[in-house]
Design a protein around this ligand. Sequence first.
Ligand code: AHG
Ligand code: MN
Ligand code: MN
Length: 334
Amino acid sequence: MPKRIFLTRYLVEQQRLEGHIPPELRLLLEVVARACKRISQAVNKGALGDVMGSAESENVQGEMQKKLDIIANEVLIEANEWGGHLAAMASEEMEGIYVVPNRYPQGEYLLMFDPLDGSSNIDVNVSIGTIFSVLVKPEGAGVSEQDFLQPGTKQVAAGYCVYGPQTTLVLTVGDGVAVFTLDREQGSFILTEEDLRVPEDTKEFAINMSNERHWATPVTRYIDECLQGKDGVRGKDFNMRWVGSMVADVHRILTRGGVFLYPWDKREPDKAGKLRLMYEANPMSWLIEQAGGMATNGKQRIMEITPTKLHERVSVFMGSKNEVERVTRYHSEP
Ligand code: AHG
Ligand code: MN
Ligand code: MN
């Protein structure tokens, strides 16, 4: 029988053999994975579990919350607050940070998450997911929002779990990208791929084309050239895919290449983009970079941006290296 490597074993080996992660970080990642299993169960139950539809409330981003957004947020908090590994958490669904209550020991890590990414896909049975990012709390007493405002280069772990036909956990602790598939009978995540690589070239792009008229010139130029296919300067035909859940779009790109774009646009010119830097763009950027891809905001590496607020937004271009390089170059050309 082929040897099965459980998430626990992978993490123990990262801790013991590779020296990449301390024991508290291993615990943290196991707890996050356990929370994802619970979210996966809730997602699978669907209409049978009273988890569908709107919660009739708004989050700090001004978006309507779905029941599952709130359930996933609660599951992640409940799972993580007592273990002693965390100082505080931050989430798309909470305006301020969530400091670990006094009754529990405080650890040195900060956890950020998008509890449920792709909310608009929940009720239509399309892949959704959880995205997370881990930082170390800077030295000093107490914990504040300021402690979270570190660039993505400071992440010590990042990953996502996609709830699709399979439940898949994708993780990096800075030693490449590992993929785990949930074995439902056993209730365990099993290592199914190690050292994932994103092909440097691609013929597939992902963007919400309905926003075309609002884009900036470099984005219009890049997509126009893709659309011209064999007849244009690119000399090859492109395919387009847009799931509408970043987690699923990026998972496809990590698996078979492609480029994901959610650029700034004129609809809300004061916002840098739609996606959030700290719990969407940064963890995904690190995974993409660890797999040999590239992630920029059109001007600079996303992970080098120093955030000024928790729910900061960012323009996103990520995926196959040569495509991201090209669209980034277009931003600096007249
Ligand atoms: P969330 O559900 O966490 O708010 O994120 C949704 C995001 C992202 O997953 C996706 O890529 C994008 O919104 C889709 O936006 P459009 O509906 O504008 O295409
Ligand atoms: Mn999201
Ligand atoms: Mn979300």
